[in-house]
Design a binder for this molecule. Structure first.
Ligand code: XIL
Length: 365
């Protein structure tokens, strides 16, 4: 008779100890903003042990890391593959997450055929517009009412604020952005429509983005938010530069979403400070110094950097809807392969064993 209450008491003690230990990010920042993570194919298919419980405890938003990009969702003309997308949306619904689609119109991870005739010559503008519309109708339309926000256009500007000379721009002119947003609103009027880019902390780039967004709005186009990707480094850009970006976007009348947060701890072979997928360097041990583990002082710097960033975002929580990390844990970070392939990076808040990095809560207090 005595055994059962004793067991229950022990269990209760154990579980309260567990909750105390494993405070969830999403609860901690509940009154500030949503806390999201990018998810990939093994994770949405339930093939990564521990990913589901990490998601449940810490995150209330998910973004498709790759599976809704054009090359994956429409690899060939009129051939759509929704295996990832369907599982992704089901996962989000299971966890009652704020679900983010990434991305409809981008120059990367978009097959060459999109911009070419069958003979391989550049497509005329009417045909490219048609392809863009069909893509948005089919992909966004399939999940209308189920995906809450979309990165409608990704990375249309260079860092100096000039238009990126992508095939979208070259064939359709700068109007391609307006076309994409108008179509997106038509397909799902309820969805939050985002323009997303990296290095939004750079004044020239941000000015160009905000001028474009205000102009769209003045033309009656629905554009709700500016996504700051947030691919940062240990001591760069400064908190002041990031803060200025947040307040400028807010003053211009747009929501701020941090869409792809990570902090690169590795040296860069050049002074490249963005997230341009075209940049790639040959692998060499020189650029991969921490294969056997991150030195403690670097880890401490990283944790401090994350705490500083999160505190800055909290300070501006009235302007921020969401902070999304670009991957659940270090083992899944794209920065293991960019801008140099095959490195061991430590760019996220969770390590390869899916443990929150030590000292984070202490730094937050
Ligand atoms: C990255 C993915 O994380 C990688 O897995 C993929 O190989 C390349 O793309 N900016 C973006 C994201 O908007 O889509 C990119 O994601 C990272 C840079």
């Amino acid at each position: 008779m005595l055994r059962k209450p004793f067991l229950l008491f022990t269990l209760a003690l154990f579980s309260s100890f567990q909750t105390g230990e494993e405070k969830g990010l999403k609860i901690y920042f509940e009154r500030d903003f949503l806390v999201g993570t990018a998810v990939n194919l093994p994770q949405v298919m339930g093939r990564e042990a521990g990913a589901d419980s990490l998601l449940a405890l810490h995150f209330n938003s998910i973004t498709a890391e790759n599976g809704l990009k054009w090359a994956l969702v429409q690899p060939k003309p009129d051939q759509f593959d929704f295996a990832f997308g369907d599982a992704f949306v089901e996962l989000g619904e299971k966890h009652q997450s704020y679900i983010v689609g990434h991305t409809l119109v981008w120059h990367q991870q978009t097959p060459k055929w999109v911009f070419q005739t069958e003979q391989g010559s550049p497509l005329d503008s009417a045909s490219l517009a048609q392809r863009m519309y069909q893509h948005i109708e089919t992909v966004m339309g399939r999940y209308a009412g189920r995906i809450q926000a979309w990165d409608v256009v990704n990375e249309a500007f260079e860092d100096d604020g000039t238009w990126r000379k992508s095939p979208w721009f070259t064939i359709l002119g700068e109007g391609f952005i307006e076309m994409a947003f108008r179509k997106a609103e038509q397909i799902d009027p309820e969805a939050v429509l985002i323009y997303n880019d990296y290095n939004v902390w750079k004044p020239e780039k941000r000015a160009a983005i905000l001028a474009m967004a205000k102009n769209l709005r003045a033309n009656g186009v629905k554009i709700d938010a500016i996504g700051m990707q947030g691919h940062y480094r240990l001591d760069f850009p400064s908190l002041a530069q990031i803060e200025k970006a947040i307040t400028d976007i807010h003053e211009a009348g747009f929501e701020v979403h941090v869409t792809e947060l990570d902090v690169d701890v590795l040296p860069r072979p050049s002074d490249s400070d963005g997230a341009d997928l075209n940049i790639n360097f040959a692998a060499s041990p020189k650029w991969n110094p921490y294969v056997d583990g991150l030195p403690q002082e670097v880890e401490e710097k990283l944790v401090k950097r994350y705490a500083d960033l999160m505190k800055l975002f909290q300070k501006h929580s009235d302007k921020m809807q969401r902070v999304t990390f670009w991957g659940m844990h270090d083992g899944r970070s794209w920065l293991n392969n960019w801008p140099v392939r095959g490195r061991t990076n430590y760019a996220l808040l969770f390590d390869r064993d899916k443990r929150l990095k030590k000292g984070f809560w202490e730094e937050m207090n």
